[in-house]
Design a protein around this ligand. Structure first.
Ligand code: ZN
Length: 364
């Protein structure tokens, strides 16, 4: 090791590398050479070859023909870049043993002396036990600490769905300097596996909850009762036979483009191997903003009306009323934000980026 702040230098050009204690592999910011610092933690990097910048821009230009909108032109291009995102694909298989108590609500009615129908809600506790699975799922894990950016998760999701072919390093002729765009690899495969297992269990837990409620409700309905809903009062969930296996990290290309016209900025995130648009944020027009405002006022007043009526209808009404009220508050808040915001934000990203700060733009 020579001097330099971090002590690591590029094996090709000897420039100091931006590394932290967690860095496993990084692209040299000067010459673009791939430097693997801890090969024992990573396996062999695989590559999904990117489309060229020209091809991506051409695909965006084709979108202009399908609509009246002509914003995707090179003359409107304000920013364009590529990021290489390292992703592990972890296959997880497990079964879940469940034991739950579900409160099932049902409606009871009777005739009064004046021959009017009077109804109320009663509840019964149902115990549900069983085994769910085995279930298998593939979970993408970005090999970078603290990446929870929506665009990158969308890229990982698209990658899992599309399964583009990946290659070894020597199979592909990558342009010189390619690895300059690499998000440094910081997660080893063991960490990736444990993160994937956690995510898998969280997801399957939700599926098991749906199944449990459905089973409890149908048991009560079998007795001829009119079920109105249910809630899980207690749930013990134990994963068994958990098996997990990860791929080597795969370098997946993502393009990011910003176009500008008289309405404002259009931000586009593109799957780098296919040119497919993953996400787009575009400016909202005046009419659209007015519509958001109107629908917000209507929706929240209907809900407020529901809230006041739900309370007088039945004994569980208070909860319903509170639910409807908070939904109403949320909707007016949301639509007010839509009305005021200059951007129609299709997704929320945590990106804040300026061309003058080329490092660290992609992270919080
Ligand atoms: Zn270098």
């Amino acid at each position: 090791m020579e001097d330099g702040i971090q002590g690591f230098r590029c094996k090709n050009c000897s420039a100091a590398l931006p590394v932290t204690a967690d860095t496993i592999a990084v692209g040299c910011p000067y010459c673009g050479e791939l430097n693997v610092l801890k090969p024992e933690l990573m396996g062999k990097l695989r590559i999904v070859p990117p489309l060229g910048e020209d091809e991506v821009l051409k695909k965006l230009e084709e979108l202009n023909n399908s609509k009246s909108n002509r914003v995707f032109q090179r003359s409107n291009l304000d920013w364009f870049e590529r990021v290489i995102v390292p992703i592990y694909i972890v296959g997880v298989k497990a079964s879940l043993v469940y034991d739950a108590i579900v409160v099932v609500y049902y409606k009871k009615c009777r005739r009064t002396r004046k021959n009017q129908e009077e109804c109320w809600i009663e509840s019964v506790n149902v115990r549900v036990k069983g085994v769910y699975g085995p279930v298998y799922n593939e979970i993408p894990v970005v090999a970078r600490r603290g990446v929870s950016i929506y665009s990158i998760r969308a890229l990982a999701g698209e990658f899992i769905t599309e399964k583009p072919r990946d290659y070894s390093l020597n199979e592909t002729g990558l342009p010189k300097g390619y690895w300059r765009d690499l998000l440094a690899i910081e997660l080893d495969s063991k960490t990736a596996i444990s993160m994937a297992v956690d995510e898998f269990l969280d997801e399957e837990r939700e599926n098991v909850k749906i199944l449990i409620k459905r089973e409890a409700e149908s048991r009560v309905a079998m007795h001829g009762r009119i079920v109105t809903g249910s809630r899980i009062a207690r749930l013990v969930l134990t994963p068994i036979n958990v098996e997990a296996q990860t791929s080597d990290p795969i370098a997946v290309p993502l393009y990011y483009a910003v176009f500008k016209d008289e309405n404002g900025f259009y931000r586009v995130y593109i799957a780098g191997w296919s040119g497919k648009i993953l996400l787009m944020e575009k400016p909202a027009g005046r009419l659209e903003r007015t519509l958001w405002f109107t629908s917000g006022v209507i929706a929240s007043s209907i809900l407020a009306w529901l809230a006041s009526n739900a309370y007088s209808l039945n004994p569980n009404g208070l909860l319903l009323a509170m639910g409807a009220m908070s939904l109403a508050v949320y909707i007016s808040y949301y639509t007010a934000r839509k009305t005021l915001a200059p951007m129609k934000t299709i997704v929320k990203t945590t990106l804040s980026r300026t061309p003058s700060n080329p490092s660290g733009r992609w992270f919080i």
